[in-house]
Ligand binder design. Structure first.
Ligand code: MCN
Ligand code: MO
Length: 741
């Protein structure tokens, strides 16, 4: 059996030998686009094209008004997951006369090569009449300056998440403490920046696109451009990472499509690193409130306000945060009296989108900081406080105070095991000893409960070809995770054939009829299960073919290890022979497809960080250890890889990554201003998975792991920094100036 083993990634050769194909590598005879971007955060503007049109190689210059003529609908939020009704949503089309953020595209230049396009963009003249802008989320919430006058407010969403009786619980608490917890603005930074090629031949629209959601793109492009979905094909070539940021569309991409429709010629654009940094910002939020707890460490109440920044527009995915963070704040703990006011706030800054973990890192950071605060106030141990509060296994499935149903798990046992396996107590003692010698080292842990495996559905098809090899098409869209390998393992086991016979196909909307995509750590669970289900059906069809060829009843045929066996007579036919028979002209071939509906599942775990801080406040995460229950582990190496990658991003979020915006709304957009961790800053990793796992309801029995470390890592690292320095730290990133001796 392949499942459970660290099978090497099936398609890695091309990546490690430089033969992979990203959008920018595709040889398409296309024109190049470049953008003129606003240099003010809010203002009226006029564009003059004349000089740009004189630049050699420039074919066209388009203003926002011209592009808007091609667009039937604006860019909208993702209504699969959010209900737009309680929201105040500004119409989002190309800026015509008024820009709302620094960096907003306000004109587009099309040229024969990318250098002429850039020169053309530099030659476009723009006159600005600046208007009052509001960059800061807290100021924006006062509504003195409005981002969108027509909305009458900067508060895009306000919702109350109330459970139990928080006032009573606070009044009965032994202790009450105020808390303020937050994450600063981040830049997701996939290795491959955004890229798109659009080709329109008057009938069909073909888009090559660095995306996580080709099928959703197809239906949204249909809605936006008024072209029937059947005539749109979206192809996702190799994608060099997305981390959630390529699950929505940006105006630049729609401009590329609009211009190709207008010109009737292919147009392409690949973001520069600076443009990429402007295109995808994420995760700015602050929680302010009060908690109540008993002297024995039981947390009894959480009350507060959560503010989530939106930037200038509501992107497809940022709508999730204000509605998913609050119900996830209780996390794995028993607290049932909560009152959380959640607000989403427009500012004159780059629109914000989701980033790995999307809502669960925010919720986890809030609740884990709260747990550690209780521990500090009562001088209790971090583990002891958590054990006192964790939901117990006999309460499962547990319905949390906001109605989320936690499927399976044994949180206290996992915590106790994790503490042992990660050698938490030993490391704590070691750190204390080092500190006595004058060193600033610390150890910290944090627990998390994650919601993942989102539906509503996923598609898979299993096709047995004439030579017995198998094509598995999935609606999931791996873009670095290696999930395709794990899915091939599952299918190889289901069909009992060598994995070499299987090819996994995804990311082309013409090749895979429908799909939802890869995000929310859903793919192995939902697309994997769909592939198992379609393979089961394909095997059943093979059995029928085998039975007919042996002139037997289906019930008389047994399948094992690549052979169909007549139970009574002992006759055998091989898998390959049956495949050949299926295409002999006597049989209809073997294809089975499944659209599998699915519901969320809840993995959980405990992660630990070891840090060292020097006298100048420079911190290094030396070790990172993880102990997770992610259901059945299909490929331990792939799952571990996710823990390592997310853990490295957690180091970035905890210590280095801060998207700096000045008062003019200008973002610092080079890696000299925004530090992403490299191999040098990466800790030494040890990752373990619970052997006695708790399964999800999916056929794979698996839960997700694609975001785990970035969900819990920042909380574990910040706790270790507190241990090392004795300071109280409640927001990320923790910069050297806060840690200086
Ligand atoms: N896995 C496993 N056993 C399990 C669970 C998972 O073997 N019980 C393996 C899977 O085979 C897969 C990996 O772990 O290789 C992650 O699977 P899963 O948790 O299902 O997550 P997805 O495949 O849906 O990936 C999405 C997730 C998300 S939401 C973000 S954000 C993220 C992440 O993956 N973006 C990434 N990891 C990334 N890794 C890379 N290289 N690039 C990104 O953009
Ligand atoms: Mo994601």
């Amino acid at each position: 059996s392949y499942s459970g083993k660290s099978v090497k990634r099936l398609y890695d050769d091309k990546f490690v030998t430089g033969r992979s194909t990203y959008v920018d590598d595709l040889k398409v005879n296309a024109l190049y686009a470049a953008f003129v971007r606003s240099t003010v955060p809010h203002g009226r503007f006029k564009v003059s094209k004349e000089d740009a049109l004189k630049v050699k190689g420039v074919i066209a210059v388009y203003t926002g008004s011209e592009l808007n003529q091609i667009i039937k609908e604006g860019i909208g939020p993702w209504t699969t997951y959010i209900d737009p009704r309680p929201w105040k949503i500004p119409k989002w089309k190309f800026a015509e006369h008024e820009t709302k953020y620094n960096g907003e595209p306000i004109a587009m230049v099309i040229a024969t090569d990318k250098y002429s396009a850039r020169d053309g963009a530099d030659a476009v003249n723009v006159d600005y009449e600046t208007m009052d802008a509001v960059i800061d989320m807290e100021r924006a919430s006062k509504n003195e300056i409005l981002v969108h006058k027509e909305l009458g407010t900067n508060i895009g969403y306000e919702g109350n998440f109330n459970a139990g009786d928080v006032e009573k619980a606070l009044a009965n608490a032994d202790r009450r403490v105020e808390v303020e917890i937050g994450n600063n603005r981040l830049i997701p930074s996939p290795m491959e920046p955004r890229g798109i090629i659009s080709q329109y031949d008057g009938i069909n629209l073909t888009i090559w696109y660095s995306t996580q959601i080709p099928h959703f793109a197809r239906s949204e492009f249909s809605r936006i451009f008024g072209i029937p979905e059947s005539r749109i094909r979206v192809i996702m070539p190799d994608v060099g990472g997305g981390f959630g940021s390529k699950a929505h569309f940006i105006p630049e991409e729609l401009a590329v499509i609009a211009s190709s429709i207008k010109l009737g010629r292919p147009v392409r654009w690949t973001a520069t690193r600076t443009e990429e940094m402007m295109a995808t910002n994420s995760r700015h939020n602050v929680f302010k409130g009060e908690i109540g707890f008993k002297n024995d460490g039981t947390l009894v109440a959480i009350k507060g306000t959560l503010d989530v920044e939106l930037g200038a527009y509501l992107t497809y995915t940022e709508g999730l945060q204000p509605t998913i963070i609050p119900p996830m704040i209780p996390g794995p703990y028993k607290v049932r009296d909560l009152a959380i006011k959640s607000r989403a706030i427009y500012t004159n800054t780059i629109p914000i989108t989701m980033y790995r973990g999307a809502s669960r890192p925010e919720a986890t950071f809030i609740i884990e900081r709260i747990m550690s605060t209780v521990a500090d106030e009562l001088k209790m141990d971090d583990v002891e406080v958590r054990l006192r509060n964790l939901v117990k296994e006999e309460q499962m499935p547990y319905v949390n105070p906001f109605g989320l149903k936690y499927d399976t798990g044994d949180y206290p046992t996992l915590l106790k095991e994790g503490v042992k396996v990660m050698e938490y107590n030993k490391m704590k003692e070691w750190a204390a000893e080092e500190r006595r010698k004058g060193k600033r080292v610390g150890v910290g842990l944090a627990f998390y409960l994650e919601i993942c495996g989102f539906g509503p559905y996923e598609f898979a098809e299993t096709r047995v070809t004439e030579d017995g090899s198998v094509i598995v098409s999935i609606g999931g869209t791996p873009h670095g995770q290696g999930t395709e390998t794990a899915i091939a393992q599952l299918v190889a086991d289901e069909l009992q054939i060598p994995i070499e016979k299987i090819k996994v196909v995804w990311g082309d909307s013409d090749a895979v009829p429908s799909g939802t995509g890869t995000y929310g750590s859903r793919t192995l669970a939902i697309a994997g299960s769909a592939a198992v289900a379609s393979s089961r059906q394909a095997l059943e069809k093979m059995r029928k073919v085998a039975a007919r060829s042996m002139k037997a009843d289906v019930e008389e045929i047994e399948y094992r290890n690549g052979e169909f066996v007549h139970k009574k007579e002992g006759k055998k036919v091989t898998w390959d022979a049956v495949a050949r028979e299926a295409y002999s002209g006597r049989e209809p071939g073997v294809t089975a497809s499944v659209t599998l509906e699915g519901d969320v599942t809840f993995p959980y775990g405990v992660h630990m960080a070891v840090v060292e801080v020097d006298d100048y406040g420079i911190a290094k995460v030396k070790e990172y250890r993880a102990y997770d229950d992610i259901g059945r582990v299909i490929n331990p190496a792939l799952a571990e890889g996710q823990v390592h990658g997310g853990g490295t991003q957690a180091v970035g979020q905890a210590l280095y990554e801060l998207a700096i915006i000045n008062e003019n709304g200008q973002l610092a957009v080079t890696y000299a201003d925004y530090f992403v961790p490299t191999a040098v800053e990466a800790p030494k990793f040890k990752s373990y998975f619970a052997e006695k796992y708790h399964p999800s309801a999916y056929l794979t029995k698996s839960k997700g792991v694609g975001e785990a470390s970035l969900i819990v890592g920042p909380a574990a690292i910040v706790r270790a920094l507190e241990d090392a320095t004795g300071k109280r730290l409640n927001k990320t990133p923790v910069l050297p100036e806060e840690l200086i001796k």
